[in-house]
Each structure stands twice: as C-alpha cells, then as structure tokens.
Design a protein around this ligand. Structure first.
Ligand code: AN7
Length: 368
C-alpha cells in the first residue's frame, strides 16, 4: 500500500488542537496543554529482526511526552474540561504516572491536585514529580485498587474532579495515540501491542483506530494485543487479583477500571490479553535500552516482552502467512526509563569508584 503520511501541524500545538474535531471540546474550552503528543514512532531493527524477515516493528515512545508518559494525552483534556467546568481541585489514585501528569497539568491550570498513592510502591521519579508540582499527597498503606476506591468515596463527599481514567475525558484524549500512529505510517498497523494495567489505554487506543477508520482516514483495523504482568493479570485470569505482585509497579493493578473496555478491544479486533513474567519484562527492558537505545520503564517493556514471547512461539509467522504481506507491528512503550532509576541501577552492576589512573580506568572499561 502506498504510504502517504499525513502532515502534522507545525509547530506542534498539543493533542487537543491537533485532533480537535475528534475531541469533546468547544471554542469555550480553555485548553491546558504542555504540547503533549507527537511522540516518536521509532523503527526497531533489533525487534524486527527477532520477529522475522516479514515484520516491521515500531516503538511508539510515549515516554517522550512532557511528564514522561502517555497519561499526558488524556490529562490535557481532563484538566481542560475541569477548568471549563470550574472545578477547584482534581483528585486521582495512582501507581505514579497519573499523579505526575495530573499534578503538572493542574499546576499549569492553577488547580489544586490531590493524589493517593500506594505507599512505598511507586517509582522515585514519579513521586518526585508529584512533589515538585505541588500535589497534596496521601501515601496510603494499601494497594492501587484500594486507593482508587477511596478516591471514588472522596469525590462523592467533596466537589472535586476525579482525573483517573474513569473520567471519560482521559480515554478521549488517550485515543490520539492511535491517530498519530496511523498518521505516521500512512495506514493502520496490522498488530498493536500495549501494556495493560487499569486498562484505560487499550480501551482508548482501540477507540482511536475505530474512529479513524469510520472517518475514512484508514481502511483497516489492527489486532489489539495487551500484556499484563503475570502476578497482576486479572484480565488473563478472569478474576480480580486481591494482592497483585510485580516489579512493574505502574501496572500492579488487580481490578482494572476499564475491564470491559479491554475485553472488547481484544475480542472485537480478534486479539487477546495475555501475561508476561517479571523476568520477561526485565529482559525486554534491558534489550530495548542496550540494543535499541530506547530507555523505558519496566511496565512499558511488557509490550515488547509480549512481542518477543509471541515471536518465540511462532505467532507472527502464522499471522504473516494469513495476511500474505509484510506485518506492521507497533509496540506502545508507555513511560520513560528515567521514571524508575532505581530499577536500572538494580539491573546492571554499578561501577565502583576508581583512582584517577589511566591503567586502572583502561582496565575497568576494557581498553587494553
Ligand atoms: C508506564 O499512573 O495506572 O492500562 O495510576 O504508568 O491505561 O492503566 C499507570 C498505568 C502502562 C497501564 N504503562 O495503562 C497510574 C497508572 C505505564 C503506566 C500503564 C500505566 P492502563
């Protein structure tokens, strides 16, 4: 198929202005933006090679959003609407990235932000973002699912806007990720792979692809594949996980709010939601950084871990045979690696201090 990538507006105005006709905004909506979106779609040589000759694998590097994750796409809309609706404060529960994004956009809008985080279970980079943007933070001795339940109760008692993805504007904004992928490729991908936690993102992406096709922008729809962490895989097990466990703290979620949205996305697209182990996640995390130069946080590597697992099982060979064409695969990598520096340091041996001697340094760095 001819590839005529759509031209993005320049300078990039942020996702609301770029895709205004697809979003629930009017001339009266005050747009709060940090110019999120327009993230790189990077061809991965190493992953294309691993999948096989007939595949082209791309990484949608969502860590390049202003606060370092895909959450900014939904947050620009949720905060803009909160301002339009004259809300004084916004509230969320978070495994980290939502709180980072909410507190940044709220700061920009002059709104108070309140965040509930599971104590000791969010990455340091994310906590530092919520702190420096001035959120009021409750570090709660409970997991994310319990924090989200508390948030819902608080919002019934006070006139505060919830900016978790149960806020429909979050999903609306996040669908722009699918638009950008189609604009960059000049078509929809064949296969779309994404990490799944609270399941808002896969729900939003599927909606985006469907809307683009309904509007004649694309002719096909991708197969949607979602990956959860093995110890936090309620959608795979078909039941709520009371005590989810994974090193990928961003997706340590046992009762996803958009459960049905994720199931619909996978079923309607003839895809599926499966699990990857923490070891598979960390292997993919290191591979991406070491061989592709793309640093993502562990949860983000779940999509790539899933890709590699499927490649190993021969899934793409049969998918390519069915289609008799080159397979275009997009893996969403949802958050930046710098969010969780502790994990990087734990994954690799940290160098010991050396005397400033040429021989000691040469020996240490392998320059003999
Ligand atoms: C890097 O910040 O739920 O399936 O509270 O931070 O849409 O929930 C984060 C989720 C994937 C999962 N990758 O997306 C939160 C939160 C990263 C994330 C997900 C999250 P959803």
């Amino acid at each position: 198929m001819a590839r005529s990538a759509a031209r993005h507006p320049y300078p990039w105005p942020g996702v609301i202005e770029a895709y205004r006709s697809y979003l629930p905004v009017s001339a009266k909506t005050p747009i709060v933006t940090l110019l999120e979106g327009n993230t790189p779609l990077i061809r991965s040589r190493v992953l294309s090679r691993r999948v096989g000759a007939s595949a082209e694998v791309y990484l949608k590097y969502e860590g390049m959003n202003p606060t370092g994750s895909f959450k900014d796409r939904g947050m620009t809309l949720a905060i803009s609407k909160a301002v339009e609706e004259k809300s004084a404060a916004v509230l969320c529960a978070s495994t980290g990235n939502t709180s980072a994004s909410a507190s940044a956009y709220a700061a920009r809008a002059g709104l108070r932000s309140i965040v509930l985080i599971p104590s000791g279970a969010i990455a340091l980079g994310k906590l530092s973002q919520a702190l420096i943007h001035g959120a009021r933070i409750a570090s709660v001795e409970a997991n994310f699912d319990a924090c989200l339940a508390l948030v819902k109760s608080l919002a019934q008692m006070h006139p505060i806007t919830i900016v978790n993805s149960i806020n429909p504007y979050r999903i609306e904004g996040q669908k722009t990720c699918a638009f950008e992928i189609c604009d960059a490729l000049g078509r929809a991908p064949d296969i779309h792979i994404t990490p799944v936690g609270n399941a808002g993102n896969i729900t939003a992406q599927w909606r985006g692809y469907r809307e683009y096709r309904a509007n004649g922008k694309t002719r096909t729809l991708p197969t949607m594949l979602g990956f959860q962490a093995e110890g936090a895989a309620p959608l795979v097990k078909g039941k709520i996980i009371a005590n989810p466990k994974t090193i990928a703290t961003a997706i340590k979620i046992g009762n996803p709010a958009s459960w049905q949205g994720a199931i619909s996305a996978s079923e309607e697209s003839h895809g599926f939601i499966r699990a990857v182990s923490d070891r598979e996640i960390l292997d993919a995390y290191r591979l991406l950084a070491a061989e592709d130069g793309v640093f993502v946080e562990p949860a983000s590597a779940a999509s790539v871990a899933g890709l590699l697992k499927l490649a190993h099982a021969g899934y793409f060979k049969s998918a390519a045979a069915r289609r008799r064409s080159r397979l275009v695969i997009v893996c969403i990598v949802t958050g930046h690696g710098l969010k969780d520096p502790e994990r990087a340091i734990k994954s690799i041996r940290v160098p010991k201090p050396l005397p400033p001697s040429l021989s000691a340094i040469s020996k240490a760095v392998g320059l003999h």
